[in-house]
Design a protein around this ligand. Structure first.
Ligand code: GLA
Ligand code: ZN
Length: 677
């Protein structure tokens, strides 16, 4: 998805909401946005109430006018379908179109992102609107993509969802006996005799809060409900996509993911998206590696096809606890971080700050003062100029080849975090980021993959906290390792099958043979309590969950330093077939992941992109026919200076960079070093 075929451009722009403004202000806005080098506008995200004032009446007057004007000013359009917020008449007449909360209470009209995904009325009306829009605007050649709905999110617990869930279950399990077996239903007398005895697992049923996290008393059911909800929203998306396709045959259709959204199995969704798009809103305290990891998840969804950064804030996020300003240079830095990880677009929410309601203090290109000399406007304009005139379209389509992959899986995410024990604070994403950060510090390029990816491309696969061993996964992994693959895993991995039932015989279940060990017990330590271990002469902290390993062929690399399990292995390595496996049995401090993964990479001849770049500099690489592009991102406010081991031209400054010579990157600075291939 790029600007246009000849003279391809990075798409630069974002949400513009003319429906919130008098018509006589539009032209002035567009002129200002031109000055900022904005070349694409996302239109029509939340206009359903205007577009369809009554059930049997559409009114496209406003949209026709703005479409004519943006064409006149030569903007591309990311055309939204407006179905993320209902028109007020709809829930009034069709209460089923809005969702019911976990406590069973049906919502009233209001807010947004409130749809019930199994309301046949909602599906009918949303698909009809998408079709009407496609019919009317398919002829506009400046529409580069369709943005369906907006940030699908949440869950519904209404009676329509309950009925649809029973059908979904019949399809998955055929008989009630199979459901009982899958859910280990004799626990607490949950034995079902008819499908219609099954109810949604909301707060009136299995859901409850424990230590601030949503948990379930009956996890097989809740896990399936998570799967079902993700599928239900996907069906809503597909209904709109199908309606668009009747009229708009080739223009990519997608939606904008609300970050790395836990409720939607993004791997499953990605198969149905023409391009993956996501919204990136790092909190002000967020670590660069955590954000880099999220970009990599998105990049991996379509096997390394470039993605679209569909939203980020040009300034503050108004929903933050403290709306801390992005420091000068940070918006630019984070925009390049997206490009560095595989985005082909840089897009914002929003072009202009609204005057009313809950987003009036959210960052925007045009502030309430309406001027083009604010700091934020200048930064947006400067970046637009740089993308257009320095980077040009050269990096478009460029990809990254990595020797290391980290597995990140949604069904595992759901199951691991529903689990009661070994700790209520299981956080799959955070645990995985620890490993990513270790590699990030070592400037090692990483792909993030799903469990069904092709493993043979990688020298090393890391699966932190992969609690769920889906059917056939252990066999796939075993073959990979036997043939010379290398595998690292951590505590709370390999425990259950895809229905969340324990694989008996000793943890990690079916992985025991290639891991060469089993785990007899796991101690969950509160944050103030720590154990320790010594690996290669250096002492590291061990905490959170501490596995007590029993080796059956694996070699111990480190043992615990205190408590009743002093001397028991915490870190082990096994040789299996032509490959190797490592088990990290406790959560260690950040330095451990860096040091340990560096050792493995050295042994496997996995080289860093730059061996000289210091660890607080983020380094990634993308390649295409135009060249090899090394992105160096300084996330620190202080300048970084080091002796370069890379030669090339910095596309942004035009400076020559030479290996063996000093290279300086200012605080929050970026270098895009181009090397010819
Ligand atoms: C989301 C939505 C936008 C806007 C922003 C504000 O990403 O898609 O409509 O509300 O949040 O941060
Ligand atoms: Zn519902």
């Amino acid at each position: 998805m790029t600007g246009n075929a000849k003279g391809k451009k990075i798409l630069y722009g974002g949400d513009y909401n003319p429906e919130q403004w008098p018509e006589d202000t539009w032209e002035g806005d567009l002129k200002l946005l031109k000055k900022a080098h904005i070349n694409i506008l996302t239109l029509n995200v939340f206009s359903w109430g205007l577009l369809q004032p009554k059930e049997d009446e559409y009114d496209f007057t406003m949209l026709d006018k703005i479409m004519a004007l943006v064409k006149k000013y030569d903007f591309k359009v990311f055309m939204a379908t407006s179905t993320g917020a209902h028109p007020a008449w709809m829930p009034k007449k069709y209460p089923d179109t809005v969702r019911a909360e976990s406590n069973g209470l049906r919502r009233k009209y209001g807010r947004r992102h409130s749809l019930c995904p199994n309301s046949s009325n909602y599906r009918k009306f949303s698909a009809a609107l998408a079709g009407e829009l496609a019919k009317r605007y398919a002829g506009y050649d400046n529409i580069v993509a369709w943005h369906v709905n907006n940030e699908y999110t949440g869950m519904c617990f209404c009676e329509n969802c309950e009925k649809a869930f029973r059908i979904w279950l019949k399809d998955r399990y055929q008989t009630i006996e199979n459901v009982n077996k899958a859910w280990n239903a004799n626990f607490w007398s949950h034995t079902y005799h008819e499908f219609d005895e099954i109810v949604v697992p909301g707060a009136l049923s299995e859901a409850h809060m424990r230590w601030g996290k949503m948990k379930s008393f009956f996890q097989g059911l809740s896990l399936d409900y998570s799967r079902f909800m993700s599928d239900s929203f996907l069906e809503c998306f597909l209904a709109e996509k199908e309606a668009i396709r009747k009229y708009s045959k080739d223009v990519p259709v997608t939606t904008n993911f609300q970050g790395i959204i836990k409720q939607l199995d993004m791997h499953k969704w990605a198969k149905h998206l023409d391009v993956v798009g996501w919204d990136n809103y790092p909190g002000y305290k967020e670590e660069p590696a955590a954000v880099g990891f999220r970009h990599e998840i998105v990049y991996g969804l379509q096997d390394g096809r470039p993605f679209a950064l569909m939203e980020q804030s040009p300034g503050v996020n108004n929903w933050d606890e403290y709306c801390r300003l992005k420091r000068p240079g940070v918006m630019r830095l984070w925009s390049y971080q997206a490009l560095a990880h595989g985005s082909d677009t840089v897009m914002f929410f929003q072009m202009k700050r609204s005057v009313g309601s809950c987003e009036k203090f959210h960052g925007a290109v045009i502030d309430h003062c309406g001027r083009d000399d604010t700091r934020v406007f200048r930064e947006v304009a400067d970046l637009g100029d740089e993308l257009e005139n320095r980077l040009k379209g050269e990096i478009l389509g460029a990809r990254t080849r990595s020797d290391v992959a980290i597995i990140f899986d949604w069904e595992n995410w759901w199951a691991a975090e529903y689990s009661a024990g070994p700790s209520s604070h299981i956080d799959y994403m955070a645990e995985t980021v620890r490993f990513y950060k270790g590699l990030f510090k070592g400037n090692i390029s990483v792909d993030v993959i799903g469990t069904d990816a092709d493993f043979s491309k990688y020298k090393l696969i890391i699966a932190p906290m992969l609690y769920m061993n889906k059917n056939g996964f252990d066999e796939k992994l075993r073959n990979y390792i036997r043939e010379g693959g290398n595998f690292v895993t951590s505590f709370f991995s390999g425990y259950v099958d895809e229905n969340d039932n324990i694989i008996t015989g000793g943890y990690p279940g079916k992985w025991r043979d290639f891991m060469g060990l089993w785990i007899e017990e796991s101690d969950a330590l509160p944050p103030e309590e720590k154990n320790f271990f010594t690996y290669k002469g250096k002492t590291y902290e061990a905490g959170f969950i501490c596995d007590l390993l029993r080796l059956e062929g694996a070699e111990s690399l480190a043992v615990y330093g205190r408590d009743f399990y002093k001397g028991v292995p915490v870190l082990a390595r096994n040789r299996f077939g032509k490959g190797n496996t490592w088990h990290v049995g406790a959560r260690a401090d950040d330095d451990f992941y860096r040091d340990f993964l560096k050792d493995i990479c050295m042994e496997l001849e996995i080289r860093p992109i730059s061996a000289a770049a210091p660890e607080n500099l983020e380094v990634t690489v993308r390649e295409n026919d135009n060249g090899r592009f090394i992105f160096l991102l300084n996330h620190d406010s202080n300048e970084i200076c080091f002796e370069s081991d890379m030669t090339g031209v910095d596309m942004l400054s035009g400076n020559q960079i030479t290996a063996g010579k000093a290279m300086t990157i200012p605080g929050y600075g970026v270098v895009v070093l181009k090397q010819n291939r």
